[in-house]
Design a protein around this ligand. Sequence first.
Ligand code: PMP
Length: 351
Amino acid sequence: MSLVRQDLAALPAYVPGRSLPGAIKLASNEVPYGPLPGVVEAITEAAANSHRYPDMGTVRLRDALADRYRVDADRVVTGCGSVALAEHLAKATCLGPDDEILYSWRSFEAYPIIAAVSGATSVRVPNLPDHGHDLPAMAAAVTPRTRMILVCNPNNPTGTALRRAELDAFLDAVPETTLVVIDEAYREFITDPEVPDGIQTYADRPNVVVLRTLSKAWGLAGARVGFLVAQPAVAEAVRKVLTPFSTSALAQAAALAALAAADEVERRTALVRAERERVLPAVRKLVSEVPETQANFFWLPLGDRSAAFGAACEERGVVVRPFQGDGVRVTLGTPEENDAFLAAAEAAFAL
Ligand code: PMP
């Protein structure tokens, strides 16, 4: 008899992007510009009251989000990062191995872990050769046991994005008894007008949940704030399984300050998008098959060379994110950081 669940021994741990002192970190899809104006002050101010529990209902923050995204506040749930909310959604939908969580692969590394920890069965549908989700195959993989489908748009780590027509057809094909979670962690970086905003386009469907984070464009990865928009009954169920007080007082204050700095967020996001335009053609001269990306990162499908390429970049002071046997994900940074990556990549390929 083991003290802890025996199946956990075989479960791979979540591997975060590496931080190396002195190196340029392009490994975790963060934005490179430091905290937004007002964020540090707001956290400092909130810290003065940190002997008190936070507002568990995160009322001010949910009101601010509801206002910004034009939805009712009772449909918004905040949590300790959107990854925690994805876990809560698994808890709210799945009881055990008879319940299936469906997602495309490769996608966000946390999905298989969330499925395994919740005790559900993972069903993976391979990505298309262009590295995007195969939505028709995903729809065909739905069974009466499918409790939750995770659709990552744009997809981490490939950057590929799903367009309106294909998503419409997919959602029409999925039964309303299956929850579809559209994970839009990178929504703010999208420029393709054909890629729909999940909150505005789909959140009124009874079985759709849209997941967002303040970790990426909003620059709050360290504060841990994510949110979801769902139908009131689903939001209510998620609140029941939520770890109490999981959006800390400091996180709530930081998020409110970040939302108040939306113009600056847009300015910074535009810089990242412009860098994507500049850097991608240069990257494609080195690796021809880089898929179209709508995110703040791009994917190098280097297969068996991925780990060696990652190590070669690291030796040159640039930390990227290799997935050995598959590819390397590189986050867009400042122009200087991206130039350092291009130089490191060129040197790595010259070896
Ligand atoms: N979804 C996707 C697709 C992600 O890439 C990430 C972060 N890597 C998350 C969710 C989780 O973000 P957070 O928990 O920081 O909100």
